[in-house]
Write a protein that binds this ligand. Structure first.
Ligand code: ADP
Ligand code: 5GP
Length: 213
């Protein structure tokens, strides 16, 4: 158990804006970060690894976890269920580790309104334009044309919630956005409330000051 409780760092964006790419870069930057592996009822895409990218589960299993209170948040997105299992998150933050989430606005809202809302840092990633969002979905090469059309149709649903987030970044240049994300996380960790050791430091400074008298 660490003195410092970890932060819940939420990244949201319309599909294709770049949040998974950015989340992977953040995980490489700081190996103390934990990634919250979501459970989903959708099928794995090529290259996705069960337990690493998602936990791929049946709808029956997903519903049971929700009913048993094992999900921190959950939502129905693009016709499938997605949710963040609670236990790994609690373990991570209680051990002082920051936990990174790649979740949609509904999940972000549920976490913000939960008792863990106090420890939440939420960041929304905007695409520079809708045509660039479409170009990125096509370039990613993971979805067929109807799926891309569905994602594009839903993109405004997600973007329209941009103003509920602590920070909003336009992901034009990938390296620049990555740097901004690192700056935000670094600053958040330096907040007084994230540094429980400060009280002891202040007490020591006070006693050193008293000794001068
Ligand atoms: P999301 O997780 O938000 O659905 P991805 O991270 O999968 O989006 O990114 C979608 C595609 O766009 C990927 O092929 C990724 O390499 C690319 N991409 C991400 N950010 C940028 C950027 N700033 N400029 C150009 N391409 C980008
Ligand atoms: P994809 O199918 O492209 O991996 O994800 C589709 C959408 O679901 C993305 O917006 C992603 O952020 C969101 N998502 C992934 N996992 C979760 C989760 O655990 N909870 C919620 N609320 N959304 C999720």
């Amino acid at each position: 158990m660490s003195d410092r409780r970890g932060l819940l760092i939420i990244l949201s964006s319309p599909s294709g804006a770049g949040k998974s790419t950015l989340a992977k870069r953040l995980m490489l930057w700081d190996d103390t970060l934990s990634f919250s592996v979501s459970a989903t009822t959708r099928s794995p895409r090529e290259g996705e690894v069960d337990g690493k990218d998602y936990r791929f589960v049946s709808e029956e299993m997903f519903r049971k976890w929700v009913a048993d209170g094992e999900m921190l948040e959950h939502a129905h997105v693009f016709g499938n269920f997605y949710g963040s299992p609670k236990e790994p998150v609690e373990q991570g933050i209680n051990a002082g580790r920051d936990v990174l989430f790649d979740i949609d606005w509904q999940g972000a809202q549920q976490i913000r309104n939960s008792p863990l809302g106090l420890y939440t840092l939420s960041i929304f990633i905007l695409p520079p334009s809708i045509s660039e969002l479409h170009r990125r979905l096509v370039a990613r090469g993971q979805d067929d044309a109807p799926t891309i059309a569905k994602r594009m149709q839903k993109s405004w649903d997600e973007i329209s919630h941009w103003d509920g987030y602590d920070y909003v970044l336009v992901n034009d240049d990938l390296d620049a956005t990555e740097e901004k994300l690192k700056t935000i996380i670094t600053a958040e960790r330096l907040k007084r409330t994230q540094q429980p050791q400060l009280s002891a430091i202040a007490r020591r400074l006070q006693s050193e000051f008293e000794d001068l008298k």
